[in-house]
Design a protein around this ligand. Sequence first.
Ligand code: FES
Ligand SMILES: [Fe+2]
Length: 402
Amino acid sequence: MTVEDSPDAPPPPVRSRRRPAEPGRQDWKSWPHYDAAGTGFRGYWYPVTWSSQITDKPLPFTICGEKITLIRDGGTAYALHNRCPHRGVPLSEGDQQFPGTVSCPYHGWTFDLPTGKLAAVITDGPGCRLTGKVSVRTYAVEERLGMVWVYIPLADEEPHPIDSQLPEELVSNAFVMGGRIDPRGGNWRFACENGFDEGHAKYLHRTALWRLFKPMPTWNITRIVPKGRWIFRVQDEVYWEAEFPGVGRWSNKRWWKFQPPKETFNIGNTGKADRINPTIEAQEFPGFASLSMPGVLRIAYPNFIHYEFYVPVDEDNHRYVGVMVNFTEGWDTLRFYGKYLGAIRWLFHGQFSGQDAWMVDITDAPPEKLYRPDISLTAWRNLSEEEYGKKLAGAGTHEKEA
Ligand code: FES
Ligand SMILES: [Fe+2]
C-alpha cells in the first residue's frame, strides 16, 4: 500500500477549476510532417556506407524503413529493393552469376542491376516466361565524399541532383576528410535534434577528453538565423560561470584549462581563433553550428568543419555519419590524416560523440517540456515542416498514411 492509498493519508489538495496553462509545447502536433517522419523524410539522398565497402558481394541496409541491397558491378554501385519477388528471400544473400546481374540464392532468379528486371531464371531454363516481366525496385545511387548515397523517393519521381543537397562548400572545393559511420540506437530525429541542440554540449560534454584543456561556457544567449537552406545558431552572449540563487556557483573553468576568451565568437565553440582557414572564412557563416534538410549538421571550427548526417533506418535506429573535413591540399593532407587518425578519430568521433549516442539512445519524447535554449529544436522542426510541406506540394503528392 502506498501512502496515497492509505486511509490515513491527507486528502489531495483541491485543484482550481481552471488548470494553469502548461508552458511550452507538450507534443509534436505543431509539426505534423515532422511528427509523421519517424522513418525519415522521403525525397532525399542519404549516405549509406563507405564506397570501399561495396563490392560484387551484395550487402543489406535499411534506409527510411526500406530494405535495400547495394552491390558494385563494373565500377558502378547499384541499389535494389532487397527482396526477391519470388518468395521474398533477401537478394543480399545471393551473388553474381553473370556480369551486370545479381542472382537470388534460392532458385536463381537473376536480376539486371541497372533496371531491376528479371533477366533469367536459372532453374526454369532459358525459356522462362517471366523473364523481362517481373522486376525489383531500383534506387538512384551516387558516390560522394567516399560514400555511396541512395535516393529514397517520395513516389517514383526523378531525384534532384545530389550536389544541390550537399553542403555547398563540399561541392567544388578541394579537401581531405576522415570519418566514421556507425549504426546507432534511437530515432534519427533525436540524433538530429541532439546535434543542433543549444543546451547540452556545455554540460554533457564537459567531461569529454576532447575538452580537457578547453573550458565550455555555462550558458549562452543564442539566436537562430536562417541563411539559404540552413539555420544557424548565433551566440550573442556567452557566460563562462554563473551564480545560481540559493544553489551555488557553477563553471566549467578549471586551473588546468585555457582561459576563456573575452569576446563572443561564432566559429568554434571554445574560443576565438587568430586565423581562420580561407575557404571556411569565405563561407561567411553567421554561426558555428548550422543544420539543413534532411538532417545535416555542420559545425565550423577555425581550421576544419565537422559534419553529421543522420540517416533514418527505422523508428528506433539510425546511422550516424560523422565526417571531419579540412580544406587543404598537397603535403598538408598528411598532417590532417596524422591528426585525424592520432587524435580526432577517437577523441572527437569516438568518446565525445559517444556521449551524444548515449543520450540519443535514451531520449524519450514527446511528451516534453521545452526550455529557452530549445529554440534550436523548434527552429529545426519549423524548418523541416516548411521545407517538407513545399516538397510535398511540389511533388503533387501526399504523405503515405502512417
Ligand atoms: S526466392 Fe528468390 S529465387 Fe526463389
Ligand atoms: Fe553533443
